[in-house]
Design a protein around this ligand. Structure first.
Ligand code: NAD
Ligand code: WQD
Length: 341
């Protein structure tokens, strides 16, 4: 069965392609390469022995999408394509709404025209804003503090409205917590274009000697050690969640529209992550505690039990594996996909 994977050359998309192939699906990747490289797909071939059909294209291009839907018999779409840097979204809101929201609307329109009616959408824990309590269940109120989060909430709403108009569509809204880690081969992983915004690529950049020291954003949060607590989830566990979500479309007892958290249910502080990475890499991670980062919250972790009940998915890997696998990728490829094998 052909699965159109928008954004499939990216970090989560490339890992998901491996799991799709492993489960017998055929990923067709559609990506404009604005934040990725086809080398990731070459590496997927190296890992799986299978070549992936790749189409360079933008999800805002209706004609290009019609062409793909005409050419391939698409069973379902996994929609990863989007911009994801929170700070950049504050500076360039129109770019984010255009790329993420307009792109999604154009994609869903092409699906409707071409009678493709199954879609999995990459949403985010950011839609919970600053939660009143933890762990977070799917029925918590949603809110947004930046255009990136705003774009995710709008797209969720668009899909909920499509469900009202077309109740026969199968729609999965997957709210990811903090994806980290890399494939155990060390051949693919996260490869930020610029100075990383997220914690894990920053720590690994310090360990490998690319970055001088980590700034820990705030040491005075109401958490056990004063640093922010998050629910880090291994990207391969997350990728497997997409296969489970696809399989759930065939389960008559699962509603045609559903929302699930993909997290581990455990929270780790920044200092705990630094210690785990130090253990994985055997390198000192130089850091200093600085001011809080605007918009950050103290603590965020999922209640992932609904995903277990509904789509039979749960995370299996802990933070030490996440750090070990990140280090294997980072130390083998200090400059990401620019490092030749
Ligand atoms: P990524 O940047 O590695 O992958 C996104 C891919 O989409 C890239 O390959 C990029 O080139 C492509 N893309 C962007 N705009 C496009 C467009 N208009 N047309 C076609 N392709 C386009 O990011 P990722 O971490 O793999 O994230 C995948 C999805 O998951 C995104 O939607 C992101 O918002 C969401 N998400 C990510 C995280 C995270 O922390 N990584 C957390 C929650 C949700
Ligand atoms: C984690 C912790 C920081 C960097 C973001 C998005 C969210 C989702 C995942 C897409 C926090 C601290 C970080 C650094 C630090 N992405 N930190 N120094 O902010 O939880 O979530 O990525 O959907 O929408 O908002 O992730 O990795 O940036 O931060 O101290 O250099 O690490 O303060 O406590 P975050 P993060």
């Amino acid at each position: 069965m052909n699965i159109l994977v928008t954004g499939g050359a990216g970090y989560i998309g490339s890992h998901t392609c491996i799991e799709l192939l492993d489960a017998g699906f055929t990923p067709i990747v559609f990506d404009n390469l604005s934040n990725s490289s086809t080398i990731a797909l070459d590496r997927v071939k190296q890992i799986t022995g299978q070549t992936i059909t790749f189409i360079k294209g933008d999800v805002r291009d209706a004609e290009a999408l019609d062409h793909v839907f005409n050419e391939y018999n698409i069973y379902a779409v996994i929609h990863f394509a989007g911009l994801k840097a929170v700070g950049e979204s504050v500076e360039k809101p129109l770019m984010y709404y255009d790329n993420n929201v307009s792109g999604s609307i154009t994609l869903f329109g092409a699906m409707e025209r071409n009678t493709v009616s199954r879609v999995i959408f990459s949403s985010s824990a950011t839609v919970y804003g600053d939660p009143a309590t933890v762990p977070i269940t799917e029925d918590f109120p949603t809110s947004t503090t930046n255009p990136y989060g705003g774009s995710k909430l709008i797209i969720e709403d668009v899909l909920k409205n499509i469900h009202i108009a077309h109740p026969e569509w199968n729609i999965a809204l997957l709210r990811y917590f903090n994806p980290v880690g890399a494939h155990k081969s060390g051949l693919i992983g996260e490869d930020p274009n610029d100075i990383p915004n997220n914690l894990m690529p920053y720590i690994s950049g310090v360990a490998v000697g690319k970055l001088e020291q980590l700034s820990i954003f705030g040491g005075d949060y109401p958490t056990p050690d004063g640093t922010g607590v998050r629910d880090y989830i291994h990207v391969v566990d997350l990728a497997k969640g997409h296969v489970k979500a696809l399989q759930a479309f065939e389960n008559p007892s699962v509603d045609n529209l559903y929302t699930v958290n993909l997290g581990t249910g455990k929270g780790y502080s920044v200092l705990e992550m630094v210690a785990a990475f130090n253990k994985a890499s055997n390198k000192p991670i130089k850091y200093q505690i600085t001011d809080r980062r605007a918009g950050d919250i103290a603590c965020c972790y999922a209640d992932p039990s609904y995903a277990k009940t509904l789509i039979d998915w749960e995370a299996t890997m802990g933070v030490q594996v996440m750090c070990d696998d990140t280090w294997r990728w980072q130390s083998n490829h200090p400059t990401g996909y620019k490092t030749n094998d």
